[in-house]
Design a protein around this ligand. Sequence first.
Ligand SMILES: [Zn+2]
Ligand SMILES: [Zn+2]
Ligand SMILES: [Zn+2]
Length: 263
Amino acid sequence: MGNDIKIRVLGCGASAGVPLIGCDCAVCRSDNPKNQRTRVSILIEQEGQRLLVDTSPDLRQQCLRHDIRTVDAICFTHAHADHCHGIDDLRPLNFHRGSVIPAYGDPVAMEEIVPRFSYAFKPPVPEYGWFRPALEAHLVDVENWTAFSVGNMRVQPFPQMHGKLTTLGLRVGNFAYSTDVHHLPDKAREILEGVEVWIVDCLRRGASPTHAHLDLTLEWISQVKPKRAILTHMSHEFDYDALKAELPEGVEPGYDGMEIVLS
Ligand SMILES: [Zn+2]
Ligand SMILES: [Zn+2]
Ligand SMILES: [Zn+2]
């Protein structure tokens, strides 16, 4: 239906992905495809509009896997490499769209991303075709919690703490996404109120200065009380089946390719 929100988990792995290069642990050696986690990214779709959240280094593989040919906008949660270094693979998306893609991010993130990938923010040169990605930077005013729109999709950003860095949490309808966060400020909790489905950071079992760990994630979930909580940004410490079996009702690990529909 028109107002349905469809979310595709494109990747749910920690910054180095799972399996880790050169690791012989049971999870990295597992045959279960749900233990193979590319770097975090999701695609949110509503009323025919598609918002890609982050451009992970695995973007190419993620687009091929799900036949994603183009998107209507991108939102960067922050400037860490595992969230934006797939930026060059946007070129075919520009090609299929035939135009520049709007890219949203807060000023802290865009101050790093725009100079780091300056070529992607230059105006296209039509006679050369899409020889480089073509993005148009839009600053998200998270200080004033100003929502932005992708067609009729309303995206409400909220601030999160990720070590000393701020990251963007996003709410669309009754869905919210919180990756790379170790502390939820009051404003984030306010915007999360009444959310039905929440995808939330859960790096590992042990505490981290920059990410939520299992106990902390579960504590937040018991406070926010979504109907359904899905864990993301998971390291190789988590075996999908074992983690699923130990989680309380309404909480589940995410997996690459997972699809969620909210009506
Ligand atoms: Zn990350
Ligand atoms: Zn491993
Ligand atoms: Zn990060």
